[in-house]
Design a protein around this ligand. Structure first.
Ligand SMILES: C[S@@+](CC[C@H](N)C(=O)[O-])C[C@H]1O[C@@H](n2cnc3c(N)ncnc32)[C@H](O)[C@@H]1O
Length: 209
């Protein structure tokens, strides 16, 4: 399946700049707080750290990073999401917001301590993930950490799978990253298991080798 940049962008531009639009799920308001709490509890201590958040959307996680880290750089390719994200972060002065496709980013090596993704790889092609995984590795400082979460096997929303989304076997991701990252921990987002019997909302915490 090949989805080009314009098709992906136009899909996301049609989504609302709210929690339901971000989660693509009519149950979003019920899931949001539990999901964020679970994910935040799985993250390392970010005090004093330089954070890069890819596909940051309206800032469901960006505000948390702004509140605990030294600095957060939040990227998304939809300008209305980044505008809302900026407004949500207006209490903090340690954020940078960029409208960009993640595949067009270019940071200097060893710039960040921590890279965070909540749902992005599933919208990218296999080759793009390989390229981006290598770039993330280069952008991280020695022993830097990388957390990501993806919908594996099936959609997070049992009533709405997306034609342009790839619900991969989790092994795809672990195999891909094993050459230049060490796996520190992994898990799944339990609220999806409880509500939908879906154990495949998977997350991983890696360390740069
Ligand atoms: C499911 S939403 C998740 C947003 C946010 N991470 C959250 O958890 O609330 C996916 C986000 O990825 C962004 N996105 C998808 N493909 C992208 C790309 N190639 N470059 C930048 N952003 C992208 C979309 O605009 C959207 O905001």
């Amino acid at each position: 399946m090949c989805v080009n940049h314009n098709e992906r962008l136009s899909f996301w531009k049609q989504q609302n700049d709210d929690v339901t639009g971000m989660m693509c799920n009519p149950d979003a308001l019920e899931l949001d707080v539990s999901e964020r709490t679970e994910i935040i509890n799985a993250l390392p201590d970010l005090k004093g750290k330089q954070v890069l958040e890819l596909a940051a959307g309206i800032g469901r996680f960006t505000t948390y990073f702004a509140s605990v880290a030294e600095h957060v750089t939040a990227i998304d390719f939809v300008d209305k999401f980044i505008e809302k994200n900026k407004r949500e972060c207006s209490n903090w002065f340690n954020t940078t917001h960029l409208v960009a496709d993640v595949m067009d980013l270019n940071f200097e090596n060893e710039r960040f301590d921590f890279v965070f993704i909540n749902w992005l790889f599933m919208y990218l092609m296999d080759d793009e993930i390989r390229i981006l995984g290598d770039r993330i590795n280069q952008w991280l400082k020695p022993e830097g950490l990388f957390f990501f979460r993806e919908s594996c096997v099936s959609s997070s929303n049992p009533n709405r799978a997306h034609a342009s989304t790839q619900y991969r076997d989790p092994k795809f991701y672990t195999d891909l990253l094993m050459s230049n990252f060490i796996l520190l921990s992994q898990g799944n987002v339990a609220i999806y298991e409880r509500n939908y019997e879906n154990p495949n909302q998977c997350w991983w915490l890696y360390q740069k080798i």
